[in-house]
Ligand binder design. Structure first.
Ligand SMILES: Nc1nc2c(ncn2[C@@H]2O[C@H](COP(=O)(O)OP(=O)(O)OP(=O)(O)O)[C@@H](O)[C@H]2O)c(=O)[nH]1
Ligand SMILES: [Mg+2]
Length: 300
């Protein structure tokens, strides 16, 4: 199964509802038709406000409701912010998020991707709470052909982050990725600890962390908004990765996240193996979510 078909399969529920109500050919739309579309957008996790706004936009070109809705969604999913890549020295990436969203797995996928590009990759085992967390990371790191910096269980994650960046600099790594333990955004102690990790990385190399990616579980629903809001304040999030889109995610939350926070979605996770990472593409995603006919014909 291709990565794209895994994404489409994951979005099945939303796709089916849009497929049923969006006319496949030109038709005169009634107010009730538009209301059905707005309801489906809300059910797909787009949020009431954004659903109404997208329908308003789509109504402007009511001869082609499917196409105009897809364009409205696509424009809200686009956030063309260039990646902050250093001129020299390692690209330092900090990965954050609540428990179990897929941070460690995603780091394995990213390490694999960067290795395939011929880059030298170093990973910092910043989740020092559980020995198992380091072991899990080590498995991915070995498979990816990257290297790891770790300390004993219970060590200060900021110290691991510092060591990792230092080694990244002294041994000439191209990419340094720091893993962190999952934490709930309402836990002040743990959020303060994350703030410290970020500050220590900033002190260890000017301009670092170059990117801070918040890994969000695509099946989370509205709570994802509160998570991204709080992590952004503490960790200085610069981009999002949405995982588990091969599962039962409804998809619309991505539109809300980009629109509300103006943060780009860099990648999406569509499975549990090291290959299951896709660069995010607003057009493909909105076409898939809205079950566009071109896409049904396999043109994408
Ligand atoms: N189906 C699917 N499962 C995923 C994806 N990404 C991660 N997972 C699974 O989600 C579970 C948690 O993944 P982890 O990478 O351990 O998540 P984490 O954020 O590091 O977790 P903590 O460190 O405990 O906070 C694992 O069972 C992964 O296999 C994805 O894109 N699709
Ligand atoms: Mg983890």
């Amino acid at each position: 199964m291709s990565l794209f078909s895994r994404l489409s399969a994951g979005l099945k529920r939303s796709r089916e509802s849009f497929s049923a109500i969006l006319p496949k050919s030109k038709k005169v739309m009634t107010e009730a038709d538009w209301q059905d579309i707005e309801d489906a957008l809300v059910m797909a996790d787009c949020g009431a406000h954004l659903a109404a706004e997208m329908v308003e936009l789509a109504k402007r070109d009511s001869r082609d409701p499917r196409g105009s809705l897809a364009r409205a969604m696509r424009s809200r999913l686009r956030c063309d912010k260039p990646m902050n890549v250093p001129q020299s020295g390692p690209f330092v990436l900090l990965v954050v998020g609540v428990n179990g969203t897929g941070k460690t797995t995603t780091i394995g996928k990213l390490a694999t991707m960067y290795r395939q590009q011929g880059k030298k990759v170093l990973i910092g085992a910043g989740d020092t709470f559980r020995a198992a967390a380091v072991e899990q990371l080590e498995v991915w790191v070995n498979r990816a052909g990257a290297d790891i910096v770790k300390q004993q269980t219970g060590a200060d994650p900021a110290s691991v982050a510092f060591d990792t960046v230092q080694r990244g600099i002294s041994r000439g790594y191209d990419v340094v990725i720091v893993d962190t333990a999952g934490r709930v955004q309402t836990d002040k102690g743990l959020m303060d600890e994350l703030g410290k990790v970020r500050r220590v990385i900033a002190k260890s190399l000017e301009g670092a962390p170059h990117e801070v990616w918040h890994v969000v579980d695509g099946g989370t629903g509205q709570n994802a908004l509160a998570q991204v809001d709080k992590f952004r304040d503490t960790a200085g999030t610069t981009g999002l990765i949405v995982t588990k889109l091969d599962g039962t995610a409804k998809g619309g939350i991505l539109v809300q996240l980009v629109e509300r926070f103006m943060l780009p979605i860099r990648y999406v996770g569509v499975g549990e193996t090291l290959e299951d990472l896709m660069e995010f593409d607003a057009e493909n995603f909105s076409n898939s979510l809205l079950s566009m006919p071109e896409e049904e014909n396999g043109a994408l």
